[in-house]
Design a protein around this ligand. Structure first.
Ligand SMILES: Cc1ncc(COP(=O)(O)O)c(C=O)c1O
Length: 317
């Protein structure tokens, strides 16, 4: 069966599962609900306030005046949109946001309009035709979508977080491929477990052909020093590691950002990203929310130095 054939059949299986699960949720009255406000810890559903445990705004920053004022200020400067491809004319808030994220992560960072668009733009540029991609079965759907764009590259799925199998595959395929990419989540959104960072670090050290691309959307902002997330906290800072961050969860803005080891990597890859040329730009209003950088940075720096990092390390192990 061809690579695309395999993806094709698993896509129809996924659609069946989604249809069945969503159908049950709708029957039970817990899905496809609408809210008339969420400007507090509560969400208003059918005119009744409920405490909101279903939010990804993990630090509750979406109701902080600093962020709301940042977005309003951006609207006053740029209007409701800055509708121009970044390669042509970029809103200056993007570079301010990126340099803030660089301070936060200690890496070179480039933003994209969403984490999904980031994967779709960055993965086909980073991964070459002669590489092999090994993707975790439970990696976020957006990563699987991006992997489908890799026309000539071999893509195989691997059992969830199975590092022994990954090592065997690296040993088996290293001779036949220029690089071997392991694509996975840093913190799995549906299962709540972290990627096996320690084992991955050992494999990175042992196999120079191994490259890692992790989607760390769910631990961006609240985990690790300055909120840089679990992957950047636990994996080595090498050119063979790229970490996708989300600005749409704890950050309480929108969009995604890729953290890379060096400015050269960013400069080399950025011009080829589809989102800088063909897609809509990163919203100026969300760049205006960069005030949250101070918030997440000071929150996590304070908690880091007060010993919560030890607790985070326990979560990780
Ligand atoms: C792990 C992960 N990656 C990517 C996304 C997609 O992010 P975006 O909506 O910014 O494309 C999500 C969901 O929101 C997610 O949970």
């Amino acid at each position: 069966m061809s690579k695309h054939g395999k993806f094709q059949s698993s896509r129809s299986r996924s659609l069946q599962i989604i249809e069945r699960t969503v159908g049950i949720g709708v029957e039970e009255g817990v899905l496809w609900r609408t809210s008339s406000s969420s400007a507090s810890r509560h969400v208003c559903v059918a005119n009744e306030p409920f405490l909101n445990f279903g939010t990804c705004s993990y630090l509750g920053l979406h109701i902080r005046p600093e962020l709301m004022n940042g977005a309003i200020d951006a609207i006053q400067r740029f209007g409701t949109q800055f509708s121009s491809s970044r390669v042509y004319n970029a809103c200056n808030l993007y570079s301010e946001l990126e340099s803030g994220l660089e301070q936060m992560t200690g890496r070179s960072v480039a933003v994209a309009a969403s984490t999904t668009l980031l994967h779709m733009a960055a993965i086909p540029v980073l991964v070459g035709d002669t590489d092999l991609v090994i993707i975790d079965q439970f990696a976020h759907a957006s990563l699987h979508m991006a992997a489908e764009l890799l026309g000539n590259t071999n893509v195989v799925r691997i059992r969830h977080s199975h590092m022994q199998k990954l090592e065997l595959m690296i040993q088996e395929f290293a001779d036949r491929h220029e690089r071997i990419w392991y694509i996975a989540d840093g913190l799995y959104s549906m299962r709540g477990d972290f990627a096996p960072f320690d084992e991955l670090s050992v494999l990175l050290d042992r196999y120079p052909k191994l490259h890692v691309y992790l989607d760390d959307a769910h631990s961006t902002g609240w985990y690790g020093e300055c909120g840089r997330g679990a992957a950047l906290s636990h994996l080595p800072n090498t050119e063979r590691v790229a970490v996708a961050l989300s600005l749409a969860k704890s950050f309480s803005a929108a969009g995604g950002a890729l953290a890379m080891a060096t400015p050269e990597l960013k400069e080399k890859n950025l011009p080829f990203w589809g989102n800088n040329v063909f897609f809509r730009p990163y919203p100026a209003t969300d760049a205006g929310c960069r005030g949250c950088l101070g918030e997440t940075t000071s929150f996590t720096r304070a908690s880091y130095s007060s010993g919560e990092s030890a607790q985070q390390d326990r979560i990780h192990s």
